[in-house]
Design a protein around this ligand. Structure first.
Ligand code: PLP
Length: 458
């Protein structure tokens, strides 16, 4: 099928008080049964989804600028993805690629190899989530280099399994009472261009931030010949939608080359076209040694992938695997997703992302509370501050903006301590982008003018 995606509905349509009666009952069940560790920002109880629209259990229609945390790259229930999943489910659901063979595994590997951000040949290991892809990368880096240390960044989010959590350093709550974590991880500063010291040029600040690794960490704490990997997001996601300056990534590559360290680029959130290129690291001109992939790869089916330069994957049978990893149904969804991304959605992410940024880059000078707007493609962060000179974090106001937008029928999430994240499906239209920006702008103005009233959600 080679149809262009068309959406029947453009924007929100809220018909009940939120939450509606059916949602309100479900929230009680959820409270009774589900883990209290989930971080729900508002009471959205989803029933169906098409394109960028989510319909809740009471029939309210929301414009989804969260995409299930940057997952539904082709939109909700894209017809080609649905057809591929249905066909594959009728033929073969599972056979475990760890112990048997099936053709979908290599078919997807070949498709990814053709768009890889580093020269081939490549090798692949399949899992079920972003965290699992990160686990595989960390384990392979140790296995291949026979070294133990890993350098990661403040603000980074790589997942919540013990290994991935050990390199995660985004919110203390994510780590609280789980220590001791995997030893050998050292966190270092990540460049934040909005918060660089006054009077220092972008390049000097970027170089100084990178130099900390060689001048301090390697000199005082981690002998570089014992460092297995540096793991980095080309756009920090959970940390606040902060793009990594190309010069910083180049400095990391230089250090890795100098000391024989693996450069792992975590593309779980920023990959699969979200930034307007297949991979966020492509914006930096650097070729990593390994990349981790999940979220947008399969439009919502669980799939996590480690892709490496082939010669690095030198582990032997038994070293690493996962029963469900590379499940045929998830792979079928991924192949259909790549078709849609290749044909239209990566380009659309670039085009609509640029269109949005054109308007939103005026917000820091125009709108109250907005300190910074940054991002690449359809991965845009809006940082809210109380005082634009002092850049004091306005985290509570950020939460209020997100809540008000929900009441108006647009789904955003937060990221970092005080930013609103925009991560819509990559197939959104200009009209939908306008609706989301209008709502966000209005909510920011309302909060700034003290019009926020805590919603009564029961
Ligand atoms: C950059 C990055 N890496 C890894 C993960 C973990 O992925 P998952 O939640 O699928 O385990 C996330 C999730 O938000 C992420 O943003």
């Amino acid at each position: 099928m080679t149809t262009t995606t068309t959406l029947s509905v453009a924007g929100p349509n809220i018909k009940t008080k939120l939450p509606g009666p059916i949602a309100a009952k479900l929230l009680k069940d959820d409270d009774r049964l589900m883990s209290p560790a989930y971080t729900r920002s508002y009471p959205l109880v989803a029933k169906t989804g098409h394109g960028a629209i989510i319909v809740d259990v009471d029939g309210n229609e929301f414009l989804d600028f969260s995409a299930g945390i940057a997952v539904n790259s082709t939109g909700h229930c894209h017809p080609e993805v649905v057809a591929a999943v249905q066909k594959q489910a009728a033929e073969l659901i599972h056979m475990s690629g760890t112990d048997f063979y099936y053709p979908q595994m290599t078919e997807l590997a070949d498709r990814l190899s053709a768009i890889a951000p580093m020269k081939g040949p490549h090798k692949f290991s399949y899992g079920n989530s972003g965290a699992e892809a990160v686990e595989a990368a960390l384990k392979l880096a140790r296995y291949h280099t026979k070294r133990q240390y890993v350098i990661a960044f403040y603000g980074a989010f790589h997942g919540r399994t013990m290994g991935a959590l050990s390199v995660t350093c985004s919110k203390a709550q994510q780590r609280r009472r789980f220590s001791p974590l995997v030893p050998g991880v050292v966190h270092v500063p990540f460049p934040n261009m909005y918060r660089k010291p006054e009077g220092v040029s972008d390049d000097d600040y970027t170089k100084q931030t990178a130099a900390y690794i060689e001048d301090w960490v390697f000199r005082t704490e981690v002998p570089p010949e014992e460092c297995a990997a540096i793991i980095v997001e080309a756009v920090q996601g959970e940390g606040g939608y902060l793009p990594c300056p190309p010069l910083f990534m180049k400095e990391l590559r230089r250090l890795c080359d100098k000391y024989g360290i693996m450069l792992i680029c975590d593309e779980v959130q920023a990959g699969m076209g979200r930034t307007g290129k297949w991979w966020a690291v492509e914006h930096t001109g650097v070729e990593p040694d390994m990349i981790t992939i999940a979220k947008g790869i399969a439009s919502g089916m669980p799939l996590g992938i480690l892709m490496t330069r082939a010669e690095l994957m030198d582990w032997v049978p038994g070293s690493h695997a996962s029963t469900f990893g590379g499940n045929p149904v998830a792979i079928a969804a991924a192949l259909a997703t790549i078709d849609v991304l290749e044909r239209e959605a990566v380009k659309n992410s670039e085009t609509i992302g640029r269109y949005m940024m054109e308007r939103m880059k005026t917000w820091p000078s125009k709108l109250p509370l907005v300190g910074d707007v940054r991002g690449l493609g359809l991965m845009i962060g809006v940082e809210l501050v109380h005082d634009k000179a002092k850049k004091t974090l306005a985290g509570e106001q950020r939460d209020q903006v997100v809540e008000l937008a929900f009441e108006k029928g647009v789904l955003f999430l937060g990221c970092g301590p005080n930013a609103v994240r925009l991560s819509p499906p990559l197939i959104i239209t200009k009209e939908q982008a306008d609706i989301a920006m209008n709502v966000l702008e209005q909510c920011i103005l309302d909060v700034a003018e003290g019009k926020y009233v805590k919603p009564n959600w029961g």
